[in-house]
Design a protein around this ligand. Structure first.
Ligand code: SF4
Ligand SMILES: [Zn+2]
Length: 351
């Protein structure tokens, strides 16, 4: 018997929210970046933990990430800046296999991961992320005619992770999984376990939608990863960490394998437009540190990591402490263990 979706609110939102129209969202966007159909927007390699804080010691997988260029997502989430590297038309057949082949040849190791000593690497699994800044199961973004070639190219990998919104063709996942030798994992923007905040983000998804899609995928032996926003617009700034913790609890209850905490980026002009009424205050470096520390100390039964992609763009660090603090977070990501901060001799760490 299926259990009823647990969609209880953690009471973290600022209350009733105006939902911006599609036109309002598009009117404050800047220009797209010039992209090529033959090359991905990026290709990198790094280590990632395969198990969370409850399992010791955590093992690591070598993860190749290919940032594919394809059709723009049909959604218009207010905090999204992924549209910058997308096309205004459907992805042409053949473009993604070409980009994937280029990415596999040219992916560069992340500098911090490359420094990791081989003795600390206890797993030899190879994983690949095929992130397309949209929904992998939407044929406008990933032509179904390309599926067999993509599946063949990633045959050497043990796990493939793709991104998809819970309401965009979730039933198609099993068809793609059948073409793979690797385990399929779907990464979903859960953002916050609060329907009011999801409404304000224009996610066009409720927590019940998330639960329904994850239950379906789990039945089909497909794993789920969740992206969780730190300090999304509409959330009480003082509750930034506790809202993430509530959302991690929700994700764990619903069988998420890996949760990645992403600081909401202030570079998005719509979010800046929301700032005057206090609905959006970009998170600081210290907020991300406090949140990862709290999460790891709670020892969830899933991997929890902090997304460090835009660490340099966060406020609240300086030239003296920036690199040391980033390296500490990266070690915490990999070991799934809390590490006490060292006292950096700088003004911002005393603030
Ligand atoms: S569903 Fe994902 S890719 Fe699409 S607009 Fe929302 S955040 Fe961006
Ligand atoms: Zn500093």
């Amino acid at each position: 018997m299926e259990s009823a979706p647990d969609t209880s609110r953690p009471a973290g939102s600022l209350g009733p929210t105006r939902v911006p129209s599609r036109q309002a969202i598009e009117s404050v966007r800047g220009r797209k970046v010039a992209v090529s159909l033959d090359r991905p927007a990026g290709a990198s390699r790094e280590w990632e933990p395969t198990s969370g804080a409850r399992r010791t010691p955590p093992t690591l997988a070598e993860v190749t990430s290919i940032f594919l260029v394809g059709a723009e997502c049909a959604m218009r989430c207010t905090m999204c800046d992924l549209w910058r590297h997308t096309l205004d038309h459907p992805t042409p057949v053949g473009a993604l296999p070409r980009q994937l082949a280029w990415g596999l040849r040219n992916a560069k190791w992340d500098s911090e991961s490359a420094r990791l000593s081989p003795e600390s690497v206890l797993s030899s699994e190879r994983w690949i992320k095929l992130y397309n800044a949209s929904n992998f199961l939407d044929p406008r973004s990933v032509p179904i005619a390309d599926w067999p070639e993509l599946a063949q190219a990633i045959a050497p990998f043990d796990r493939v992770i793709v991104e998809n919104h819970p309401r965009v063709r979730p039933r198609r996942a099993a068809e793609f999984a059948r073409l793979l030798t690797a385990k399929l994992e779907i990464a979903v923007g859960l953002e916050a376990a609060d329907d009011e905040i999801l409404l304000g983000l224009n996610k066009r998804m409720t927590l019940a939608d998330f639960v329904s899609a994850t239950e379906r995928w789990h039945e089909e032996n497909i794993d789920v990863r969740a992206f969780i926003l730190l300090a999304p617009p509409g959330a009480e700034p003082a509750r930034a960490t506790s809202l993430v913790i509530d959302t991690l609890r929700f994700a764990e209850r619903h069988g998420v394998r890996h949760a990645s905490v992403i600081p909401t980026r202030g570079s998005n002009s719509l979010l800046n437009a929301l700032a005057p009424d206090g609905r959006f205050i970009p998170p600081a470096a210290g907020d991300l540190e406090a949140t990862l520390a709290a999460a790891l100390q709670l020892r969830f039964d899933m991997v929890v990591t902090a997304d460090l992609w835009d660490w340099d763009g966060l406020r609240g660090h300086c030239e003296t402490c920036r690199e040391a603090r980033r390296a500490r977070l990266q070690r915490m990501n990999l070991t799934q263990r809390h590490e006490s901060p060292s006292r950096a001799d700088c003004r911002c760490s005393k603030g």
